[in-house]
Design a protein around this ligand. Structure first.
Ligand SMILES: Cc1ncc(COP(=O)(O)O)c(C=O)c1O
Length: 421
């Protein structure tokens, strides 16, 4: 988006007053030369940083768990909470459902799918486990997934193994693949005539590795195998169009990179599959092809759904491509400086398109747990240790509020620790 269009856009939206970068108003000299201007403009991102209330005790490089919500969205959440609380059951019995439907439609447009194939859930766990648990399994059916997949989903596959006699086949995704074809072939090698469902991470949470999901889906469909994509880390992080992926199921958490308040996710189910999935909780009176059949929730904090609306507005003020490029820029800023340092191991692929904001780095003579503790205690840098599935290091996740100065603190800390024996 050109600067003029960007300013016009800011002017039209209700959140504009709270996040408009004041210096963008015609006098800042930002260049429109790059495809996504402002990506390396500290001034622009420092303005965005002001929308966050950050604890000063540490540099937070652990946004992979969830991304804290910027204040303008939190303020809107508080308005929604007050309204729902003021109206009580009148709200619940009148506009609750149409409001959720409106937000679902906006979300569907944002993620590129038909709103009739999308529901808002509590998180990626609910979305993906609903499919794993509700799939019409028969004894001897096979499922494929990876050691690097998220533990809760793998555990749910083990449950259905024990419950229905499903065979679980696990692959190990290399941290540094030679090509997309190598990864596709890895999954393909496990397919048999009994394979029913393949789960694949869009972005592996422990390394930030982005997998060639479209190619995996196309390959699996040739064998009649359905694909469920774990997109917990992609919505609001990279530019995702779910329809383009040609997958059967897609689950994500919106409190991660969309920065919606805690407790919201999404589930996409391709139309052709809706009627075959068993719901987690029974819904009354819905047709078998209606995705709302899978979305019974009971009474729950409905105000959070409303704030998804503002979370999308906020992100669109910045632009998803600009945010993606900024997150990639931040990751490359620190990882490029560390890749060739003796004793440092970066566990994330080097090719730009295979990662974005998340990456993983270790030090050969330090256990990840000790590295994370030392980073916090000595250098006031908050990360998370990963020591599993061929990934030994700390996961580093900056966010759009992260400054270059903060990353310099981290890079210097790592260089210091790499020299210690
Ligand atoms: C790859 C992946 N899948 C699923 C989840 C579950 O997300 P949530 O706890 O928001 O349900 C996570 C959480 O970090 C994750 O990293």
């Amino acid at each position: 988006m050109k600067k003029r269009e960007f300013l016009k856009y800011l002017g039209r939206t209700s959140l504009a007053a709270s996040i408009v970068p004041l210096t963008v108003n015609g006098q800042n000299g930002y260049s429109d030369a790059s495809p996504y201007p402002y990506v390396d403009s500290d001034e622009f991102w420092e303005r965005i940083r002001k929308d966050y209330r950050l604890k000063p005790d540490y540099v937070n490089l652990e946004n992979g768990y969830y991304c804290i919500t910027p204040t303008p969205i939190l303020n809107k959440l508080w308005e929604h909470t007050q309204k729902v609380n003021y109206e009580g059951s009148y709200y619940m019995r009148t506009v609750q459902w149409e409001n959720k439907e409106r937000v679902t439609e906006k979300l569907a447009t944002f993620v590129g799918c038909d709103s009739e194939t999308l529901v808002i859930t509590r998180n990626a766990t609910e979305s993906l486990d609903l499919i794993i648990g509700g799939f019409p399994w028969q004894e001897g059916d096979e499922a494929i997934f990876a050691y690097q997949d998220y533990g809760a989903m793998r555990d749910h596959f083990y449950l259905i193994r024990d419950r229905y006699g499903v065979v679980c086949k696990e692959v190990s995704v290399p941290n540094h693949p030679k090509s997309d074809e190598e990864i596709v072939a890895l999954y393909e090698s496990q397919i048999t005539p009994r394979t029913k469902l393949l789960m694949v991470c869009h972005m592996i949470n422990i390394t930030g590795h982005i997998l060639p999901v479209r190619k995996i889906c196309d390959m699996a469909h040739k064998y009649g195998v359905e694909v469920m994509v774990d997109g917990a880390h992609t919505i609001g992080h990279i530019d995702v169009n779910i329809s383009d992926l040609n997958c059967d199921y897609y689950g994500s958490s919106l409190h991660k990179w969309l920065s919606a308040p805690l407790g919201v996710g999404l589930l996409h189910v391709a139309k052709r599959n809706i009627s075959k999935v068993w719901p987690l909780l029974a819904e009354h009176g819905k047709e078998s092809h209606d995705i709302l059949r899978l979305n019974h929730t009971g009474t729950n904090p409905v105000q959070i759904y409303l704030a998804i609306n503002e979370a999308i507005d906020y992100l669109q003020l910045i632009g998803i491509q600009r945010k993606e490029e900024r997150l990639r820029y931040l990751q490359r800023y620190w990882s490029n400086q560390l890749r060739n340092v003796p004793n440092v191991v970066v566990n994330t692929p080097v090719e730009e398109h295979r990662s974005c904001g998340i990456a993983n780095v270790g030090i050969v003579h330090m256990k990840p747990k000790d590295l994370a503790e030392t980073l916090l205690e000595e250098f006031k840098v908050w990360t998370v240790a990963i020591d599993e599935s061929d990934v030994i290091g700390c996961r580093i996740t900056p966010n759009i509020y992260t400054t270059i100065k903060e990353l310099d603190v981290f890079v210097n800390a790592m260089k210091t620790l790499a020299k210690r024996t």
